[in-house]
Design a protein around this ligand. Structure first.
Ligand SMILES: [Ca+2]
Length: 395
């Protein structure tokens, strides 16, 4: 495995840093295998600990000192001469008399303690080894997240380039809906406004009849293989000064998930955070088309909350929807039916957030994350949310 070349001189070698002094230097130089030597390190052991495999771990310095023989190169390998592990990087700066030792915990796929012995060797200008010293490097990763999330962290408008970071690390973004519905008297507008603090405001009070939606297509497998699963979480905040009670007829956000297979009328999970005469909290609209029933849970909408919706489909129209609030172990909504709401158009397969009704929506969206890997419980996700997206209290 070829590691990056870090020298100041153009020498094609592995793990080499050149001091690039005056060249030459005397020949001789017996290799030092550990006795008194002209080359020493300040420590024989470096220890790192990471809470999770997504935790950044600062690099550490090991001082190097050299007396006597002119060092042209410093070579880093493991003790058998091979490459060092992928999770480890050692960058020698001979001219500055230290080596930087860094670890990348994201390379670790299973929690545990990993150690390796790194050999730091000096060479003369002809690449003849002069001395070497060994240093043990230990990395402990306490937890490896089970989930690779698709992330909208609310720092950009949802439809701006690179607003979304996908589970594979690449960037993407939502599509802003723009349709005009003349017969029903509404159009889709842009009512999303980034606040510059990691949240985006949704405010459709100007024209309540209008709508505003951001859509991400192709969120769940559409090959007809069941069961299929989906988990979406969103942190949503109220707006100060706005009243959210049974008389308010005001909403915060719709989360609309269409889960069709290709060319098929599949199922839809349409949740709304709403304060009206029916409920102040979260409502999954028309969750059973035969019973014509909604599923609801009371939530104090005057406070920020994290809403987690987990869906398992065992066939195109049969499944279970669970809603968790703030990471509570017990779901606030838990409904199973073989008559889930249907999508509007065959093949619909998307996640939408926004205002999809002729109502006023007032909220701030902190973040939205989703995955089709599993229908997670809130307990499953303790310690499994991404870092750096905003507040994740409860997880
Ligand atoms: Ca509206």
């Amino acid at each position: 495995m070829l590691k990056k070349w870090l020298g100041a001189c153009a020498v094609a070698a592995l793990f080499v840093l050149s001091a690039c002094g005056g060249g030459g230097g005397g020949g001789g130089g017996a290799e030092d295998n550990g006795g008194d030597g002209g080359f020493t390190l300040s420590t024989g052991e470096v220890v790192f600990t990471a809470a999770t495999s997504t935790t950044y771990v600062p690099s550490q310095r090991v001082s190097m000192s050299n007396i006597g023989k002119l060092v042209a190169y410093v070579v880093v390998s493991n003790t058998s001469g091979g490459p060092i592990p992928e999770w480890l990087s050692v960058t020698p700066y001979m001219a500055q008399s230290y080596a930087s030792v860094g670890v990348d915990a994201s390379k670790i796929t299973k929690a545990g303690t990993y150690e390796t012995i790194v050999r730091v060797a000096t060479q003369d200008a002809s690449k003849k080894q002069l001395f070497h010293r060994d240093v043990k490097v230990t990395l402990t990763v306490q937890k490896v997240p089970k989930v690779s999330w698709n992330i909208y962290d609310g720092s950009l408008h949802p439809a701006v380039t690179d607003a979304v970071t996908l589970a594979n690390g690449s960037k993407s973004w939502f599509t802003l809906l723009t349709a005009v519905n003349v017969s029903e008297g509404y159009s889709y507008q842009n009512y999303f406004t980034p606040q510059g603090n990691g949240t985006v405001e949704l405010n459709s009070s100007a024209v309540p009849a209008n709508r505003s939606g951001a859509q991400y297509n192709g969120v769940i497998n559409n090959t007809g293989v069941y069961p299929k699963t989906f988990t979406v979480l969103a942190r949503v905040l109220p707006v100060a000064g706005v009243t959210y009670n049974a008389g308010s007829e005001i909403r915060l956000l719709d989360i609309d998930l269409a889960m069709s297979d290709a060319g098929v009328i599949g199922s839809r999970m349409e949740a709304t955070l709403v304060a009206d005469a029916q409920v102040v909290g979260i409502r999954v609209n028309n969750v059973d088309t035969v019973l014509d029933s909604d599923a609801m849970a009371t939530v104090d909408l005057s406070l920020p909350h994290i809403y987690q919706i987990a869906v398992t489909l065992t066939s195109a129209h049969t499944g279970t929807i669970k809603v968790y609030v703030d990471g509570a172990t017990e779901p606030a909504i838990n409904v199973s039916t073989s008559n889930l709401q249907l999508v509007g158009t065959a093949g619909d397969n998307y996640l939408r957030i926004g205002d999809f009704r002729d109502k006023v929506y007032r909220s701030y969206i902190d973040w939205v994350i989703w995955t089709e890997k599993a229908a997670y419980t809130a307990a499953d996700l303790q310690g499994q949310l991404p870092t750096g997206i905003g507040v994740t209290t409860g997880y």
